[in-house]
Unconditional design. Structure first.
Length: 211
């Protein structure tokens, strides 16, 4: 009986670890270190632009660009938000839904960037997990609204303020893919809504997290 209780307690502690957020963060850091020592090879093969899609059909770049970062600051800013913001989302919606949210948001962010490139005629290469990270923020916004501010004790007003400041900072900066940020944010909100209602997120998890 003691062994069973110990195993159950160990499983509960393990479930509390945001494994998906931790692994995704680690992969991004490892890829950055490889790029640091290996030069521009991965950037050349993995960066995203709509031209790569239209001319070469290299759709894999919608995903690979999410794991490339320009410098330490770019990496650190995204990874802090990915881990700590993603931790809340992952523990609330579960690992599978979290991974779906992350990758769909990142891909949608790059697709928004592609539309922006085509509409403006300005073509550029972009890298970074920002689209996916903003997707997690959009997902967290939905959870906060749906749970009336009980998600991680964050109020709707604080979430909206954080998002506005994040978007404003992007628009004030040079060489920032704001289309990917906005695309990730909107798709993250919508995807979380669909995952929670089509997949029916268990009510007991809402009550447990709110305690």
């Amino acid at each position: 009986m003691r062994t069973q209780q110990f195993d159950w307690e160990m499983k509960r502690e393990t479930d509390r670890i945001p494994w998906c957020s931790a692994v995704l963060t680690a992969v991004n850091v490892i890829v950055f270190l490889i790029c640091w020592f290996d030069g521009d090879f991965l950037y050349e093969k993995g960066a995203f632009s709509v031209l790569y899609l239209l001319r070469n059909g290299e759709y894999y770049r919608l995903v690979t660009a999410m794991f490339l970062h320009a410098d330490v600051s770019h990496l650190a800013n995204n990874m802090i938000l990915l881990y700590f913001g993603g931790e809340i989302v992952e523990k609330t919606v579960g690992k599978l839904r979290y991974l779906i949210l992350f990758f769909v948001s990142g891909i949608c962010g790059n697709l928004f960037s592609a539309v922006y490139e085509l509409s403006t005629g300005s073509f550029y290469e972009s890298i970074g997990a920002s689209g996916a990270v903003f997707g997690l923020i959009g997902g967290l916004l939905y959870l906060v609204i749906a749970r009336k501010g009980r998600a991680a004790q964050i109020s709707v007003q604080r979430m909206v303020l954080m998002i506005v400041l994040s978007l404003y900072s992007g628009f004030q900066s040079v060489m920032v893919n704001n289309a990917a940020h906005l695309g990730g944010l909107l798709s993250g909100f919508l995807v979380t809504f669909l995952l929670c209602h089509v997949g029916r997120l268990p009510d007991e998890r809402f009550r447990r997290s709110a305690a």
